[in-house]
Design a protein around this ligand. Structure first.
Ligand SMILES: [Fe+2]
Length: 164
């Protein structure tokens, strides 16, 4: 289909025609985008990472209005245990290594391997466990909105695992 509109010059050079760049994410897509942006900036997060064989290491990387960004490390064998996130939603991204996510599913437990670039977006009431069952340490990035204020642990289930 032809248009009778012609544009002279570069329309992106006209600032008032551009939507403002959001300073903080407000949608699920923007939160996922923030996680991807931080993940790509390895020079920023990599020097901050520490590994602790006694207990899982974590650090708050950033806060914004209504959200928090956390950096976590996982040595082989470390696990979060099965838990929820209270009233928080979240975005989980693996930055380095691989992690196995075990999540409660209607017909049992589903397993998924998360590798760099994988993202898991979850709503409140999402119940999962993250485990580093690989041989190398792993690093993950977690964004919670609102910030994580409660996390209820759950007993491990003996239900038959479900693969998806
Ligand atoms: Fe979690």
């Amino acid at each position: 289909m032809n248009s009778d509109v012609s544009i002279a010059g570069d329309p992106l050079a006209i600032p008032h025609l551009l939507p403002p760049v959001p300073q903080h994410p407000a949608t699920v897509a923007e939160f996922a985008g923030l996680a991807r942006t931080i993940a790509a900036d390895r020079a920023h997060w990599a020097p901050l990472v520490q590994y602790d064989a006694a207990s899982r290491w974590y650090a708050r990387l950033r806060t914004g209005p209504g959200y928090e960004v956390w950096l976590l490390s996982w040595v082989p064998g470390q696990s979060s245990g099965l838990h929820d996130h209270g009233r928080s939603s979240g975005v989980l991204t693996v930055l380095q290594g691989s992690l196995t996510e075990r999540r409660r599913h209607t017909s049992g437990m589903a397993h998924r391997t998360l590798t760099p670039g994988s993202q898991q977006v979850f709503a409140p009431e999402y119940i999962h466990e993250i485990v580093n069952d690989a041989l190398e340490p792993a690093v993950s990035l977690h964004i919670y909105f609102p910030g994580l204020t409660e996390m209820t642990p759950y007993a491990a289930t003996v239900e038959e695992p479900v693969r998806n």
